[in-house]
Write a protein that binds this ligand. Structure first.
Ligand code: FMN
Ligand code: COI
Length: 369
């Protein structure tokens, strides 16, 4: 925005507009929508706009390095592809295209258990571009522990280097757009391929992914003890849950309200981040997702204690608009913008920005009270 005039659209805004024009409106609503009043989904983005960065000057830091160390991965960018379901609805190449673009960008891909491509094909696509491409597998603990175990084994066999267990979904969020559109299952020709052939799954692999409020830390311990892969917990907002995650041997937590698709009363992810980072106190990496749209958002999250951030919808915009090239453009734009903002803030690398560099916009920033 300049001088009160209309904002000049950036790469992400351009791809979003193109995706909206291309996608079936029902699928657009599934990607874009949130739960309830969609307050949490909107707040994820708006909360970043309420924060400003105080640059440090004359630090001689040079051009910033955007690489980060994460469990089972040295990534070239702190921007991770967050797990999102059903990429086949966005583009015929689906998750294969996403995986190739993430690998080429040196970005960690968290592939969803609800992918329309089997995890072995996702990792093969990533590794066709870069042998050491890092793919993590996201799963929901299933009430039938044999199903969870089979999924974790498939992920390990496919070469995934970590499991991401999503814990913010004891029940599925109430999504009004999907209810209005009657979107509750995949259209013919698409299936949740990772569910194919699992105990209890119908042959077509269209088994609904189960969510259960009966699951507890005991179920997580069972998974942890039965498999070798490091586990990150996704969907942690309360600092006490972050402390428990550390105590239970988790290798990372992802501060997330699921893109506003579960508890609509949840705070914006960036507003929950500082207390979680304090609770974790550097013992394991803290990641954040929700509302990250610019390099400034990435650097703000890094300054507030994140090691890396995830992006969900922007990747889907890129995929729907331009396939693999669109995802590549999203990741390149966010990495370049992050490098630029880090340098403008006087930071040498992703560990450089500090919490004192984040201030509220508005009168409090001026008066300090
Ligand atoms: C269409 C869509 C599908 C999603 N599917 C999953 C999923 O399968 N598993 C999961 O843990 N999170 C899922 N999420 C949540 C994302 O991982 C992430 O938390 C969220 O999208 C981040 O917010 P952003 O879209 O504002 O970047 C999904 C989000 C969207 C928008
Ligand atoms: C199919 C769902 C399990 C994917 C999801 O987590 C979501 O839509 O937010």
């Amino acid at each position: 925005m300049t001088g009160g005039g209309p904002p000049v659209p950036g790469v992400l805004a351009e791809l979003r507009e193109k995706a909206a024009a291309r996608l079936d409106p029902v699928h657009w609503d599934f990607y874009e929508g949130g739960a309830g009043e969609e307050t949490a989904a909107a707040e994820n983005v708006l909360a970043f706009r309420r924060l400003a960065l105080l640059p440090r000057v004359l630090r001689g830091a040079g051009q910033a390095d955007t690489s980060v160390d994460l469990p089972g991965a040295r990534a070239r960018t702190p921007v991770v592809v967050a797990p999102t379901a059903f990429h086949g609805l966005a583009h015929p190449d689906g998750e294969r295209a996403t995986a190739r673009a993430a690998a080429a960008a040196g970005a960690v891909l968290i592939t969803s258990m609800a992918s329309t491509t089997a995890v072995a094909d996702v990792t093969a696509s990533a590794r066709s571009v870069r042998e050491d491409a890092a793919v993590w597998f996201q799963l929901y603990l299933q009430p039938e522990s044999g199903v969870t175990d089979a999924l974790a084994r498939r992920a390990a066999q496919a070469g995934c280097t970590a499991l991401v267990v999503t814990v913010d979904s004891p029940v599925f969020g109430r999504r009004r757009r999907d209810d209005r559109n009657g979107f509750h299952d995949l259209p013919p020709g698409h299936a949740t391929e990772n569910m194919r052939g699992l105990p209890g799954a119908p042959p077509g692999g269209t088994l609904d992914i189960a969510m259960s409020p009966a699951l507890s830390w005991d179920d997580l311990r069972r998974l942890r003890d039965g498999h070798d892969l490091p586990i990150l917990l996704k969907g942690v907002l309360h600092p006490d849950d972050a402390r428990l995650a550390v105590a239970e041997g988790m290798r990372g937590v992802i501060v997330s309200n699921h893109g506003g698709r579960q508890l609509d009363a949840a705070p914006a992810a960036v507003e929950a981040l500082p207390r979680v980072a304090d609770a974790v106190a550097g013992r394991i990496p803290v990641l954040l997702d929700g509302g990250v749209r610019t390099g400034s958002d990435v650097v703000t999250a890094l300054a507030l204690g994140a090691t890396a951030v995830g992006v969900g919808r922007p990747v889907l915009w890129g995929l729907a608009a331009e396939g693999e090239d669109g995802v590549a453009r999203v990741l390149a734009e966010l990495r370049d913008d992050t490098a630029h903002v880090l340098t403008l803030c006087g930071a040498r690398d992703c560990s450089g920005p500090t919490r004192d560099q984040v201030v509220a916009r508005g009168p409090r920033a001026v008066t300090g009270c």
